[in-house]
Design a protein around this ligand. Sequence first.
Ligand code: UGA
Ligand code: MN
Length: 293
Amino acid sequence: MRNPIAAYIAGTLAGFVFGCLFRFDAYLVKDRGSEFSNKVTTDQRLIYIVTPTYARPQQKAELTRMSYTLRLAGNVHWVIVEDSSGPTELVSNLVRHSGIPFTLLHVETPPEYKLRTKDPNWLKPRGVLQRNAALRFLREQTPASDDSVVYFADDDNTYDLELFDEMRLTQKASVWPVGLVGGLMVERPIVVDGRISRFNAVFRPNRPYPIDMAAFAVSLKLLKTHPYAVFSLNVQRGYQESHLLTQLLTKPSELEPRADNCTKVLVWHTRTENADLKLEKRLSMPSNHGIEV
Ligand code: UGA
Ligand code: MN
């Protein structure tokens, strides 16, 4: 640009545009910060997050990821129940250092109900006795006035932070879609005029409540007014959720639809593949000797 006045104007304009963009960018970063910080306020309704967990190579990775989700989820109390004969060092240390208020319980699934490595993972129910131990703890160890929400959150799923605010509105029991489950992109209730009219499930659609464990939350008070409602080791595949909910409710339309009338996916039924460790046997000593992985 040969004309110095034109060059000056162009330079000033470019500086102005760049300045605006820069400020806009800084503004966005700041906004994101304020969205996620200081979320833990005790005036938020408390959620008890019930998580069964068991030892396997990827356990620490799953629980680490989950602990970061829960740190951002606001006012929660993590009821973590190990499928083991006693508390393990790995899980005890992890929850203690997570900064999340927690209760650590343990109960071992009897060997005849336990999956073997080669079994398809749907063969036997998972997390049943662990969730029941949490139910017992919640019924017996929380004050009668406790008006919290209870959510059964497996250690391998993926949770959007918005989900926790949705479930804080639970009166008796609330429900929402779950992504990547039941052979579908999304398994969800169909809502008509603000009420559940049916479900889109294709996997065992005749289940009374054809939804995943991640699809609902209940109020602690509802659990206490139905003191014998529990999960069971002896129900057909896919019937755990129905087994509990039929004891707590009389019909699916009693479920309160959340997540924009069940049109938004805020939780995904993700699964981590089993770690391939076949080369370990080529070492003279395990690669994790003396190292927690
Ligand atoms: C699906 C549902 O999403 C589960 O909530 C339900 O328990 C399960 O089916 C079932 O039908 O029993 P899926 O992904 O197949 O879940 O199960 P996992 O994620 O392998 O296990 C569910 C929870 O139980 C996890 O938190 C896991 O850590 C725990 N678990 C699993 C144990 O405590 N012990 C085990 O031996 C296996
Ligand atoms: Mn899972």
